[in-house]
Design a protein around this ligand. Structure first.
Ligand code: ZN
Length: 123
């Protein structure tokens, strides 16, 4: 169990380090281990990603495309082909329970997890 936690900490530290000294220092204090980016499409769970991993996720469903970018512990809808662009204009979210919703394309991005989940793992 201790081995697992230690390894996870090292991986997290390495990932944060790669983001840049300033941001990583900030993330270590404000970011919570185990935060996840949960994506729902059409009211159904679509995928879950780690908030600690920089990546861009492209979702193409029902002829619509949305791109979600995870960067430096924050998430944003970087592209959407919806008409109102509200989701794109929402900008970044980085805290648990914050969400971005694209109503026209029925795509929802929510940050979940955090300390509670981390405790559950360590128990
Ligand atoms: Zn939208």
């Amino acid at each position: 169990m201790f081995k697992f936690i230690k390894k996870a900490d090292i991986v997290l530290f390495f990932v944060l380090l790669a983001f840049g000294i300033g941001l990583s220092a900030l993330s270590l204090f404000t970011g919570t281990s185990g935060q996840k980016v949960q994506i729902e499409v059409n009211g159904q769970p679509y995928a879950v990603y780690s908030l600690a991993e920089n990546q861009t996720i492209e979702i193409t469903e029902h002829g619509h495309t949305n791109k979600i970018t995870i960067k430096d512990g924050a998430v944003q809808m970087s592209y959407s082909d919806c008409k109102n662009q509200i989701c794109v204009n929402d900008g970044q979210i980085s805290k648990t329970n914050q969400s971005i919703v694209c109503l026209p394309n029925k795509v929802m991005v929510e940050i979940t997890g955090g300390e509670e989940e981390f405790d559950a793992i360590s128990n």
